[in-house]
Write a protein that binds this ligand. Sequence first.
Ligand SMILES: NC(=O)c1ccc[n+]([C@@H]2O[C@H](COP(=O)([O-])OP(=O)(O)OC[C@H]3O[C@@H](n4cnc5c(N)ncnc54)[C@H](O)[C@@H]3O)[C@@H](O)[C@H]2O)c1
Length: 177
Amino acid sequence: MVSTMDNKVAIVTGAASGIGLAIAQELAMRGVHVTLSDIDEKKGNEAAAELPAARFQYANMTSENDCQRLVADTIRAKGHVDILVNNAGIQHVAPITEFPVSKWHEIIEIMLTAPFLLTKEVLPGMYDRKWGRVINIASVHALRGFGLQICVRGSETWTLGANPRDGVRGSRARRHV
Ligand SMILES: NC(=O)c1ccc[n+]([C@@H]2O[C@H](COP(=O)([O-])OP(=O)(O)OC[C@H]3O[C@@H](n4cnc5c(N)ncnc54)[C@H](O)[C@@H]3O)[C@@H](O)[C@H]2O)c1
């Protein structure tokens, strides 16, 4: 059976394990050409090798250059990007008085800046083709704080709150949460 997703092209960040891997597997099974991206090259390569029409690309979400290269190389390899799944994330739990500033910056880079950069890179092509999906993975912490998860909450509030109507052209843009 031909799926409506056949030959679409997706990037999934943090796709070497967990939720990102499950999303990449599901998309691949529906005929999507998936770029699995992660800092774990071994697991990422192994996962991509198991999936039809998939490729792995190392990209550290703390690097602006890696984010831009991820999109550019996927377009070079597959022609365009239809679906972006901003999934990579880490967590650090500590009272605010003990929360390392370096960890704050790392979480903000991975879970806030990288989704912004990747979205910025993929949108022009989606506008041109009049089709695209940007899916931001976050948690209930974006909406309601839990004790020691201050930083995750701040970054996820943007990823859930990032609304096509705020910064994305096109009156038919909708948010899928
Ligand atoms: N598991 C949960 O209960 C849960 C709940 C709510 C939200 N989430 C969110 O879902 C997403 C995935 O969570 P998960 O449970 O599958 O986690 P996971 O740890 O299994 O997977 C995260 C992946 O991100 C990768 N990663 C870490 N730092 C990276 C970096 N700098 N650059 C690129 N990749 C990096 C890791 O290598 C890993 O493969 C995260 O954003 C997390 O905050 C998870």
